[in-house]
Design a protein around this ligand. Structure first.
Ligand SMILES: N[C@@H](CCC(=O)N[C@@H](CS)C(=O)NCC(=O)O)C(=O)O
Length: 226
């Protein structure tokens, strides 16, 4: 199958599909998309011109969760549990991970300390749902020995939180121990580390500095820290 993948190096949803493609050795061509100046034709592949998107033998498919499941199906990758209920649980939490990512973005874009604290509390609450739910009961497909699509959905967020550490504190002083251990384990994996460009940390900070200029996070970041 001929797969052309449309991605951007700084996009967390793109990082998800890059991890899965690498993990499952999905042969593809990656076409970089400049988000600041997206080509008009992108809307033919993805109706809201979002990335990631792809063409599989010319057929357009978009959304990171759908693309990850496509890759998993093509490779029979076993990245979701076989049991329908366990699989449904994983899909539900992959959906929830989008809310975590979106609250992280709100933290990054917050214009002042008050807005930042509201977004940070929301992020902590959404992460705590993992802590008190599937991680506590050891649900299938969560932080196990094998890389799952839930792991992949969360790895880009964990990567970004780690890159802000020391400059902006997002983790609470106590709590979220299981989530933090999950983050540590995922970030150690070669497939996660190698799913972003070598200079990702300074690129990410520079991106935030420009995108959220004057905001709470941007003014606290040391762009030249790496
Ligand atoms: N739910 C989508 C979200 C994708 C998304 O929001 N991608 C961002 C880049 S990180 C995008 O293309 N945004 C369009 C924009 O900036 O207008 C997915 O999981 O693929």
């Amino acid at each position: 199958m001929d797969i052309e993948l449309f991605v951007n190096d700084l996009c967390p949803y793109c990082q998800r599909v890059v991890i899965t493609a690498r993990h499952l050795n999905i042969a593809h061509r990656a076409t970089p998309i400049n988000l600041a100046s997206r080509p008009a034709w992108l809307s033919e592949v993805s109706p809201q011109s979002t990335v990631p998107a792809l063409r599989a033998d010319g057929v357009a498919i978009f959304d990171s969760s759908v693309i990850n499941e496509l890759f998993n199906d093509l490779a029979q990758g076993g990245m979701l549990p076989a049991d329908p209920v366990d699989k449904g649980v994983c899909r539900a939490w992959i959906n929830h991970s989008g809310q975590c990512q979106s609250l992280f973005t709100q933290c990054c874009l917050a214009q002042d300390a008050a807005a930042f604290e509201i977004a940070r509390k929301g992020l902590i609450d959404t992460l705590n749902a993992f802590e008190q739910g599937p991680l506590q009961r050891g649900a299938r497909g969560f932080d196990g020995a094998d890389l799952s699509l839930v792991d992949v959905a969360m790895a880009p967020l964990f990567t970004r939180i780690a890159h802000l550490e020391g400059q902006v504190t997002l983790w609470p002083e106590t709590g979220l121990e299981r989530v933090r251990a999950w983050s540590d384990r995922l970030r150690e994996k070669a497939v996660v580390r190698e799913s972003v460009p070598e200079k990702f940390a300074p690129m990410f900070r520079m991106f935030l500095k420009n995108r959220a200029a004057g905001g709470h996070v941007a003014t606290r970041m040391n762009v030249g820290a790496d």
